[in-house]
Design a binder for this molecule. Structure first.
Ligand code: ADP
Ligand code: MG
Length: 348
């Protein structure tokens, strides 16, 4: 089953917020993560998919069928929320079987199906217990089993790990991935956590202010962000404002740097993106893009160090990472400088 959003806009009644011209697609069996800050419109995308919000513009299609006007219960989506949202008056088994009962599946069949799902999430022996006595991680597994029990066309996960402790979060993250792969459920996962998005997703959509900035594989988002704004969502980087002065040369005010300027022209203002692991410490004197200066703040992370290096005459430090620390100079190979068109927002 696939999911498509085509130019979908939605504004909450009486508010100015929502989403703006969102175009997204989730291929059958794919896990797409929607990542963005709180308030960026992530849950709105899920609510629209589920049919919980009316009055949008654009087109939403599940498996090629426009779902405008199709009620929630007919959309056959499975949902998991941050706050488990289990039915407290039902035991674990009946929670998982709930959607099957709503669909008129007979008692024996729904029991068998619910038990099979509980088996998958490792909770079969808790079938008869009350959900309130389970840990947070167990409750979220029940919620997952409940969502998957109906064999949903689309699985919607809204920050499913956000309420859990770090250790359990990591474990359940891996379990979600395994379960999603095994069931082949077409999945939309919403999260503000980049580790979660990057480690779980086949592709990630970065959203900000209700707009999608880029949809790509985790690797391409890291290596080829379309803007400095996107780069800030994925990993660490330094962003230097600059201006192209000739093809292949960028002026960053304290130095002229060689870089691939692509289709940009002399006079264009740009953002120069530098990943910390690409800053070479104490390069040879004739190295390209060599910057003399001095090291500042060092943070130790065991296997690696992250530190600031302040090039001479620069007003901002360069973030560097590696086991060897720069003493007097650094260099960044031209192929590791990403030259991106500057965004108007930089001046806001
Ligand atoms: P996210 O899930 O990314 O944190 P949401 O999709 O819930 O963000 O919300 C997007 C924007 O819409 C936010 O600015 C939020 O304040 C606003 N919003 C969310 N729900 C409502 C609502 N029921 N009424 C008015 N505004 C809302
Ligand atoms: Mg939300």
């Amino acid at each position: 089953m696939s999911l498509h959003f085509e130019n979908v806009s939605f504004t909450y009644p009486g508010a100015q917020h929502g989403i703006e011209a969102v175009t997204l697609s989730v291929a059958p069996g794919e896990l797409l993560a929607v990542m963005g800050r709180s308030g960026s419109g992530k849950s709105t995308i899920l609510r629209l998919t589920a049919g919980l919000l009316d009055g949008y513009r654009g087109r939403i299609a599940i498996n090629g069928h426009d779902v405008a006007g199709v009620p929630v219960w007919r959309r056959e989506v499975g949902m998991v929320f941050q706050q488990y949202a289990l039915f407290p008056h039902l035991n674990v088994l009946d929670n998982v079987a709930y959607g099957l009962r709503m669909r008129g599946i007979d008692a024996a069949q729904r029991r068998a199906r619910a038990l099979a799902m509980l088996e998958r999430v490792g909770l079969a022996e808790h079938a008869q217990r009350r959900t309130t006595v389970l840990s947070g991680g167990q409750q979220q597994r029940v919620a997952l089993a409940r969502a998957l029990a109906i064999d949903p066309k689309v699985l919607l996960l809204d920050e499913p790990l956000a309420a859990l402790d770090a250790g359990i979060r990591q474990q359940l993250r891996d379990e979600i991935r395994t379960l999603q792969r095994a069931t082949g459920a077409t999945t939309l996962l919403v999260t503000h956590d980049q580790d979660e998005a990057l480690s779980l997703a086949d592709r990630v959509a970065i959203i900000d202010g209700g707009r999608v900035l880029q949809v790509d594989t985790p690797q391409r988002l890291y290596e080829r962000p379309v803007s400095a704004q996107v780069a800030r969502f994925v990993g660490h980087s330094s962003v230097l404002p600059g201006r192209v002065i000739a093809p292949g040369t960028v002026d960053v005010s304290f130095a002229l740097l060689r870089a691939d300027t692509g289709a940009l022209r002399a006079g264009d203002t740009v953002d120069l993106l530098i990943r910390p692991e690409h800053v070479e410490p104490d390069p040879p004197a004739d190295a390209v893009n060599r910057l003399a200066g001095q090291r500042a703040e060092v943070r130790y992370f065991g296997a690696t160090c992250r530190y600031d290096f302040i090039p001479e005459a620069a007003s901002q430090p360069l973030l560097c990472e590696g086991r060897r620390l720069a003493e007097h100079a650094v260099a960044i190979a031209p192929e590791h400088l990403r030259v991106l068109p500057a965004q108007a927002s930089r001046f806001c």
